[in-house]
Design a protein around this ligand. Structure first.
Ligand code: ADP
Ligand code: MG
Length: 262
């Protein structure tokens, strides 16, 4: 079972979109996938078609509360409507959990404990964690619980600017928590409007700056209005319009990701 944190300190770059669609692609390749919504906005939960997400009690936050209070937990896993693609939902109740987390014992290890409980009981091939746009305590929890980090960015200045601080946190977590095996799967550039020179220049810049230290995926996910349409119909883009350029993008990204695994 491999746990992957989908991250960027900035909102709106496509973390949730990538988590859902990458998950669906892995399922298409016959893997069993669990998505964890780890953002109190609950966009992944809603996007995956989970009804009444705001009212759900059995969220990832609830499981963390149980661990913080010294109990075991059995996370409420829901099916997304796609076979082998499940989700642990999240909603605004996470706000209270984040406050409790500040004072919890071993506060960076709480999500890891939740995921260990999942691992004991289920046989997922991949767990994908959709993170909030922070590099705070929840981000630290996510990385401690993960085997890999997938950085999603956009070809613009603001999305790539804070990357150095994100990487500093990553390095610290590896060091403090003996996570020598935690690695960066790579940087995935999403939402690229390939027609503009600016976009092309930004893609080149991301590759030039990072390629010596971090894998930058060759596949670039283009921009398409179909993404929002597919989200409104609670479907991965491959189900909504399988020949769309973004659907093809996620398919070739997944092939590229898998080809880099040993
Ligand atoms: P994050 O989780 O990083 O905040 P989201 O996945 O919610 O980002 O995406 C932010 C917005 O951008 C959403 O409205 C989504 O529909 C849109 N979006 C994401 N990726 C693409 C894309 N490749 N093409 C068009 N719109 C996109
Ligand atoms: Mg999101």
């Amino acid at each position: 079972m491999k746990v992957i944190s989908v991250v960027n300190h900035k909102g709106g770059v496509g973390k949730t979109t990538v988590t859902f669609n990458f998950g669906a692609e892995l399922v298409h390749r016959e893997y069993k996938v669990l998505l964890i919504d780890f953002d109190m906005q609950g966009n992944l939960t809603k996007g995956a078609g989970i009804k009444n997400g705001d009212k759900l009690k059995d969220t990832i936050a609830h499981s963390m509360d149980l661990i913080i209070d010294g109990n075991t937990c059995e996370p409420g896993i829901l099916n997304t409507g796609i076979e082998n693609l499940d989700i642990v939902p999240c909603n605004v109740s996470m706000a209270d959990t984040k406050l409790k987390l500040q004072l919890a014992m071993a506060r960076e290890l709480v999500l890891d404990k939740v995921i260990k409980n999942i691992k004991r009981k289920y046989d997922y091939d991949y767990i994908l964690i959709d993170n909030a746009p922070t590099i705070e305590l929840d981000f630290q929890n996510s990385l401690v619980a993960s085997d890999e980090v997938l950085i999603v960015t956009n070809p613009d200045i603001f999305s790539t600017e804070g990357m150095a601080s994100l990487l500093r946190e990553y390095t610290k977590i590896r060091m403090y928590f003996n996570k020598e095996n935690l690695k960066i799967a790579g940087i995935l550039i999403n939402n690229a409007d390939g027609r503009t020179n600016f976009t092309r220049d930004m893609i080149k810049a991301v590759k030039t700056i990072w390629k010596d230290n971090i894998n930058v995926f060759d596949t670039i996910i283009p921009q398409s209005v179909r993404v929002k349409e597919s989200q409104a119909s609670h479907q991965p883009i491959r189900r909504y319009d399988k020949n769309n350029k973004v659907a093809l993008g996620f398919s070739s990204f997944t092939d590229e990701y898998l080809s880099l695994q040993n």
